[in-house]
Design a binder for this molecule. Structure first.
Ligand SMILES: [Zn+2]
Ligand SMILES: [Zn+2]
Length: 106
């Protein structure tokens, strides 16, 4: 909570899209700054992101094996209720960003 909010002028599309990738093959969602992703991506109810190649047809999570989960197509301009599913993701991404930023921790 100590971070001041960054200017939102340039940040309409959240930067965390750059960190979103398939949990299985790590194919990046954001292959380019503009334009649609190369393949469809899916967000699972359990909070994992998989690309279309690793989408299980039986609605189980390819990452953690959860059964009967909800899947929603991942898109940059998700509706607010859907983006709420990402609450855990910025958390993880913040750790990644911190790790990258610190670097000289050892
Ligand atoms: Zn994949
Ligand atoms: Zn999962």
């Amino acid at each position: 909570m100590s971070r001041t909010e960054q200017s939102s002028a340039a940040g309409q599309d959240l930067d965390f899209w750059d960190f979103v990738s398939c949990a299985i093959c790590h194919f990046p969602f954001a292959t380019s700054q503009k334009g649609p992703p190369a393949v469809p991506f899916w967000l699972t109810e359990c909070g994992h992101v998989v690309c279309n190649n690793h989408l299980n047809p039986d609605r189980s999570c390819a990452k953690c094996g959860d059964q009967g989960i909800e899947l929603i197509p991942l898109q940059r301009n998700m509706d607010p209720p859907m983006s709420d599913w990402f609450r855990s993701l910025p958390h993880a991404i913040d750790s990644i960003a911190n790790a990258a930023k610190v670097g000289t921790d050892t």
